[in-house]
Ligand binder design. Structure first.
Ligand SMILES: *Cc1c(COP(=O)(O)O)cnc(C)c1O
Length: 433
């Protein structure tokens, strides 16, 4: 299978090249040249309901790796990356929650980051060149990437975060790794961190000499594994309810949603995909007006979704080239901070179930479509839980009036010692460390 650029003027590449390059040379994003239909067995609950998560991952991802040197490594990559549970929680027999929150950093980004790390480690070995991954983070992404790459051979990771502007728990997840993962506390804002990373990448000599690469959410190696849980969960949903679910996804850069649309296009039993966004309404406004207008992002309680120009929209627009197709396939609803807070309280009262602010946006949308959308009101729904509520305890605990137990894998990280070098935002000297 070859990967092509959404902008159409870069040469097709193999999947390992697409992963190594990240962005296509024409500035576009790599997408698979086709989305092959799944084997019937993979979407038949009788057969695939018995596959483990890593076995499902291997079956879903194999066509994308056909002909690449990574094909023979795929089974091991899946087994190593997906070593934690992926349960479905049922509020009742029509309402489920797909819990993508049981990885090492308790958020769905563990799936993409761990798969990317497994493939990149093998690519560096194959090419014989070590890599340095540079990440600027305002919190969550950096933690998932740091955790995923810790201990990987021939790869060093440098994470930049704004000093004093990430939560104590987030900071621990960035600074506790040692060895090949170095954290830098930048005396500045997130924008300074991002500018430092960009200026390093934009210096071709520096970038080539240090073999710099990124691990951000536009990398195909993070996107592809995000198709797997939609197959795994929709098949199980169908087996239990006899119906295909409407899947509701808390969305920012829409990478998670692209995974769902690809899974549906390949035949996963999904009725419809609905995006829950926060006060950043670029996508709902685009659906209404037909004009795509990126904005500055607005800060909200669901901060991992604070995106004004969702980078993976380019992949969705490639999949659905006309506004009619976009409107036919995408529903997106905006949820305010007040509605998020109210929903955290309601879901706790109704179900004794704590949700993070992002998942709460999904739960709010679940209720909205049940009330307002006749076409979907009879369909059973599945909300995607994108982060564990214990990561957002300062928001969740005052609302539910109880403390949220910290999941063991996260507690283990929080007990490790952390260390970060403090640096000024105007020098790239840290690359010499
Ligand atoms: C990144 C993130 C999102 C948004 O996912 P996208 O793929 O960017 O749409 C939602 N919730 C949480 C907790 C996240 O970390």
């Amino acid at each position: 299978m070859q990967f092509i650029s959404t902008r159409g003027s870069a040469s097709p590449v193999s999947v390992s090249e697409a992963i190594l390059k990240g962005l296509a040379p024409d500035g576009g994003l790599y997408v698979p040249e086709s989305l092959p239909a799944f084997d019937r067995g993979l979407i038949d609950p009788e057969i695939s309901g018995n596959l483990s998560y890593p076995e499902t991952a291997l079956a879903v991802l194999r066509p994308f790796f056909a002909g690449d040197f990574l094909e023979s490594e795929l089974e091991a990559v899946c087994r190593e990356a997906f070593s934690f549970p992926v349960p479905i929680h049922w509020h009742n027999e029509r309402e489920a929650v797909l819990e993508l929150i049981h990885g090492p950093t308790a958020a769905f980004k563990d799936f993409g980051a761990r798969f990317l790390a497994g493939t990149m480690e093998r690519i560096t070995e194959h090419e014989g060149t070590p890599l340095t991954i540079l990440v600027a983070t305002s919190g969550d992404t950096g933690g998932a990437v740091a955790a995923a790459f810790a201990g990987k051979r021939n790869i060093s990771v440098k994470v930049l975060f704004p000093k004093g502007r990430v939560s104590a728990r987030q900071e621990k997840q960035l600074t506790c790794w040692g060895a090949n993962v170095q954290a830098y506390s930048v005396r500045g804002a997130f924008d300074d961190c991002q500018r430092m990373v960009k200026s390093a990448f934009m210096d071709p000599e520096l970038s080539a000499a240090r073999h710099l690469t990124s691990a951000n959410s536009i990398n195909s190696g993070r996107l592809l594994p995000q198709t797997v849980y939609y197959v795994y969960a929709s098949v199980r949903y169908l087996a239990k309810t006899g119906k295909k679910p409407v899947i509701i996804i808390p969305s920012g850069n829409v990478g998670n949603s692209v995974g769902a649309y690809w899974a549906k296009a390949m035949g996963a039993p999904i009725e419809r995909i609905v995006l829950a966004v926060n006060a950043n309404t670029t996508i709902p406004d685009f659906l209404a007006s037909g004009v795509y207008e990126p904005r500055e992002s607005i800060a909200t309680l669901a901060n991992a979704m604070d995106v004004g120009d969702p980078s993976n929209m380019e992949r969705l627009r490639h999949l659905f080239p006309s506004i009619e197709e976009i409107r036919g396939n995408i529903t997106a609803l905006s949820v305010s901070d007040g509605q998020i807070q109210e929903t955290i309280g309601r879901i706790w009262q109704e179900n004794g179930y704590a949700v993070c602010p992002h998942t709460a946006a999904g739960e709010y949308v679940r209720r909205t479509i049940a009330q307002d959308s006749p076409a979907m009101s009879n369909s059973p729904t599945m909300v995607v839980a994108t982060a564990h509520p214990a990561k957002f305890e300062t928001i969740v605990e005052p609302i539910i009036g109880e403390s949220v137990p910290i999941p063991p894998q996260l507690a283990e990280l929080l007990h490790r010692p952390g260390s970060a070098a403090e640096i000024d935002p105007d020098s790239l000297a840290f690359l010499d460390d």
